[in-house]
Design a protein around this ligand. Sequence first.
Ligand code: FES
Length: 577
Amino acid sequence: MSSATRLRPEELRSYRWYGPDTIRASAHRQRTLQMGFRRKDFTGKPIIGLINTWNELSTCHYHLKERANEARRGVWAAGGLPLEFFALGLGEVMVKPTTMFHRNLLAMEVEEIIRSHPLDGVILLGGCDKTVPGLIMGAISAGVPFLFLPAGPMLNGHWRKHTIGAGTHTKKFWEELRSGTITHQDWEEIEEAICRSNGTCNTMGTASTMTALVEAMGLTLPNTICIPAVDSAHPRMATDCGERIVEMVWENLVPEKILTREAFMNGVATLMAVGGSTNAPIHMVAMANRAGISLTLEDFDAVSRKLRVIADMLPAGRFLMEDLFYAGGLSAILNRIKEHLALDCLTVNGKTLGDNITDAPCYNDEIVRTLDAPLTDVESIAVLRGNLAPDGAIIKPSASTRELLVHTGKAVVFNGVADLYARVDDPDLDVDENSVLVMKQGGPVGGPGMPEWGGMTIPKKLLAKGVRDMVRISDARMSGTHYGTVVLHVAPESAVGGPLALVEDGDMIELNVPERKLNLLVDEAELARRRAAWKAPAPHYSRGYGAMYCAHVTQAPEGCDFDFLQGSEKLPEPDIY
Ligand code: FES
C-alpha cells in the first residue's frame, strides 16, 4: 500500500478516546499514564488488543500467556501499544456441557471487548476447536483489522511402538480396552503418552481443521498453523504477528477486504483436501454469515464431489500435524490444490494467497499426496437429505467403512446420551451389526449445544464379536478426531420436532451416500400419527445464558449462531462523552 493510502494518526479509531482536547479524553490519557505508560507510548500510535483465550483449564492453550508476551515484542518494535485482554478459554475437553454451547458467548465477548475499548487492531490468540470460530466471528462483527495467532499443535504422541494422536487413539484404544484386547495398565500408559506437550490436538481434528481453513482464508501469517506449539519457530511467529498487525492498522486492512466469498470457498476447498472435521461447515457458515457472505451446505457438497482428500492425516489417514510441519506445512497442501483456489484473494500479510503459496515446497509426498493420487476414493464430507433430514445432515465418507455407505437397517433408538449409556451394553439389547443406532436430543436445543455425542459407542456384545463400525445417526456433532459411518447434524433437530423425533425402534432407515439420501422408510400416514402425538421436551433452563441460548440458537445448516447476532450490519461506534 502506498503511503498516500495509509491512515493518518488522527484517523486511528483510538484517537476518539485519546486525541480530543476534552475532559473525557484527558481522563483516558490520565488512566493510561496511571499504568506507567509514557505519553509517547500511546499518542498517535495504533493500540493493539491481544485477545487471549489462555486459562489454566484451557489445557492446549497453556503456552499462550508466553506467546502474548512474544507478540507484544513485535507490536512495540513496529510502533504500537500492546494491551492484553483475556476472553473465554473454551478448552475442548474440560468445558461442559460442550464448548459449542459457549462459542457464541465467546463471539459476543470478543465483539464487545473490541467495540467498547480504544482498539485499532487485534491479534486473536487461540486454536482449540471453538475458540477459532468464536474469536473470528466476534472480530468480523467488530470490523477492526485482525489476525489470528494459531496456538500450534502438540507434539506427536508415542506409546510403545505406536505413534498416537489425541482423540483418535483415545477412542480406538478405549474400544480395545472395552473389548479386552488391552489391559488397564496399558490404558494408563496411553493416558500418559498421548498429550506430550502444550498445543492443540495433533490429528486433523476440529482444531487443526479450523486453523487450516483460516490460514487458507488469509487470516494467519502464511504457513504458520502447523508449527508445533513448543518449536522455537512458534514464538518467532508470534512476534511477527505483533509486528504485522501494526502495519495492518496503518493500511486499514479491515476484514471485509480479506473475507470475500472466494476466500470462504478457499476454506471449503482446504477442508476437503485435508479430510477435515465435520464441525467445520457449521463454523464456516456462522463466520460467513457475520461477513455478509452466503455459504450453504450445497457449496460444501459441490466442492467435495470435485476435490478428494490429499493429506494422509489421522483420522482419515495416518500422520499427525508435526509430520505435516516437516513435510512443508499447510502451504505444501495449498500449493498442490491451487487449481481449486482463488489465488488473488488478499491475506493478512498484504499479499495474495497465490503470492504466499506458489512454489511452496513439499518434502514428503506420502503425507501430502497429489491430486491425481488422492488418499481416498470417496469424498471428505457429503451432505445428505431425505425425509429424515429435510434441511440436511453431514457424513464423513473418508472416515467411514466403505461397505456401510449404502446400507438399510433397523433402528435402535436412544432418547438422549444418558439413555445411550444406560442401555447400550445391556446384553439383552435387540441389536446386531446391521442395526442403525439412532440418538435423539443431541442438537443445538436438545443437547443443549449440540455436544459431540454422535460417534455413539458400539454395544459391548458387538465389540466382542469384532464389530468396530456401525451406521449411527443423530442430530449431535462428533469430535473431528473421531471416525466411523456416522451421520451427524440431522436438521431440523429432534428437540424442535424434526423427523428424527419420530423414529421408533424397528423402523427401517435407508442411508445411501453416493445418492446423498437419508430416509426413514415409514409410510406418511404413520408418520403423521406420530407427529400429532409428539410433545416437545421440557426446556433445559428457566433463566440465564442457557435460557437465552435455547431461545435464540439457529440450526446446524445456519451455523448455530444466535439469530440476533447474525448478519453483517455495522453497528455504530460508542458515544464518548
Ligand atoms: Fe484443545 Fe483438542 S483439546 S484442540
